[in-house]
Design a protein around this ligand. Structure first.
Ligand code: CAA
Length: 388
């Protein structure tokens, strides 16, 4: 039955992303792995991947993304909830969100916590934030999805590494998109992807994960269509979680037009997998690159987190969405990144420094930060950040 219990007009008021200032070209990776680069470019649909210097982590890029969103509102004291979604946690106790809360200068009465369920977690956070705002008139919530994805060298996952953070402000009367009240969820215990607590890199069964991604889409989409009483034709565009672009293209082919997801995949091809942030980077990419006016268009959103939970839900784009987008800034930031050599990639990719790093002035001198906060030191396992 259609759940039309629409309490309030709640959704995404503003959204922004941030990624590393550094990238590795997949042509360079292909050359050193003796692989035809077309396998990466055409076979998996990726061209570059974000590579992170030791003074940058899921917190610093999250702060950068969130600061862009906060610049779009007048009163940050209206934010009563901050949920930090990640599968790249470095601390099993303290929430990464608390560092973000501190550097954003949010009020002490703002509730903060982290959540985890692989790449699905930001969607869970967004739905929770939506419910929170619906039930607390005048409140706003900030959802962060931030991940750095690392696989071991010479694995099939290596060319799909990457990382980014998204910050999503949830409010009543959203300027960007309304979140519709129906969704299809599908949960199944599958051993396709995991990262033991002490490991830096994810373990995975690539083929099983790709299979389960598509299978879960079928169930989640069925649930969505049943709940909403909509047809596939009622959905104008779909954004997909994109662990690599070809995965999203295969998913689109199953139910939708492949043509309609092209604009949503532009940024992902340049960043790589960003797990919890990935679906929302697809949304930003669609908004920034689509030539059609998206006002009033329904955007299907497919979220998948290995392990596994999948959800299909939808947004309706607001009339004034162009007043909050950062299209030119996003394009410039991606265009102005710095390419690293293969040697540097190996040094950054395999180093354990990022877990025991004491950077200080050297960190600033060697590597440029993307934002205003950098990781200065890790002492006794505790992370200390500083403003540039
Ligand atoms: N020119 C053009 N295309 C080429 C080529 C060439 N020279 N050589 C190969 N290809 C094509 C292949 O034909 C294939 O295309 P199709 O899939 O259309 O058949 C494509 O390149 C990939 O080739 P393989 O299947 O041989 O690639 P692989 O086995 O090396 O890697 C993968 C694929 C296993 C999915 C790997 O990317 C991987 O392990 N990734 C990590 C796990 C992952 O991302 N899973 C996705 C679902 S899980 C999820 O979504 C959560 C998450 O974020 C991790």
């Amino acid at each position: 039955m259609l759940n039309c219990n629409r309490k309030k007009n709640v959704g995404i008021d503003a959204i922004a992303f941030s990624t590393s200032r550094y990238f590795l070209s997949l042509k360079t990776l292909a050359e050193h792995r003796n692989v035809d680069y077309r396998k990466y470019y055409e076979g998996i649909g990726q061209e570059k991947m974000a590579v992170f210097p030791p003074n940058e982590d899921i917190v610093t890029i999250a702060i950068d993304a969130a600061q862009k969103v906060l610049a779009k509102i007048e009163n940050k004291n209206e934010i009563d909830l901050l949920i930090f979604a990640t599968e790249s946690s470095f601390d099993l106790s303290k929430s990464a969100g608390i560092y973000v809360h501190h550097f954003l200068g949010l009020k002490p009465s703002c509730r903060v916590f982290d959540i985890k369920q692989a790449c699905y977690s930001a969607t869970a956070a967004l739905q929770m934030a939506k419910n929170f705002v619906e039930n607390n008139s005048g409140s706003k919530a900030l959802v962060i999805g931030s991940d750095i994805v690392k696989y071991s060298p010479n694995t099939s996952g290596e060319p799909t590494q990457g990382g980014a953070a998204v910050a999503i402000l949830v409010s009543e009367n959203p300027r960007l998109a309304y979140i519709e009240p129906f969704s299809g969820v599908y949960t199944a215990d599958v051993a396709d992807f995991w990262r033991p607590a002490a490991a830096n890199e994810a373990m995975f069964d690539g083929r099983l994960s790709a299979h389960n991604y598509l299978r879960s889409l079928e169930y989640a989409l069925d649930g969505y269509l049943e709940q909403s009483s909509l047809n596939l034709e009622d959905i104008d565009y779909t954004c997909f979680h994109a662990p690599f672009n070809k995965m999203a293209i295969k998913a689109a082919r199953q139910f939708f037009s492949e043509r309609d997801i092209k604009d949503a995949l532009v940024y992902n091809a340049l960043i790589g997998n960003s797990c919890s942030a990935s679906l929302y980077i697809s949304l930003i990419s669609l908004i920034d690159n689509c030539k059609t006016d998206l006002a009033k268009k329904r955007i299907g959103m497919y979220s998948y987190g290995s392990g596994s939970v999948a959800e299909y839900y939808s947004l309706v784009i607001s009339d004034q969405y162009k007043s909050v987008v950062l299209s030119e800034e996003n394009r410039q930031n991606l265009a102005n990144r710095i390419e690293v050599s293969f040697d540097e990639y190996e040094k950054l990719g395999t180093t354990t420094e990022s877990f025991n790093y004491i950077g200080g002035e050297n960190a600033i001198a060697c590597y440029k930060n993307i934002g205003s906060v950098f990781l200065a030191e890790v002492k006794d396992g505790y992370r200390r950040y500083e403003e540039v």
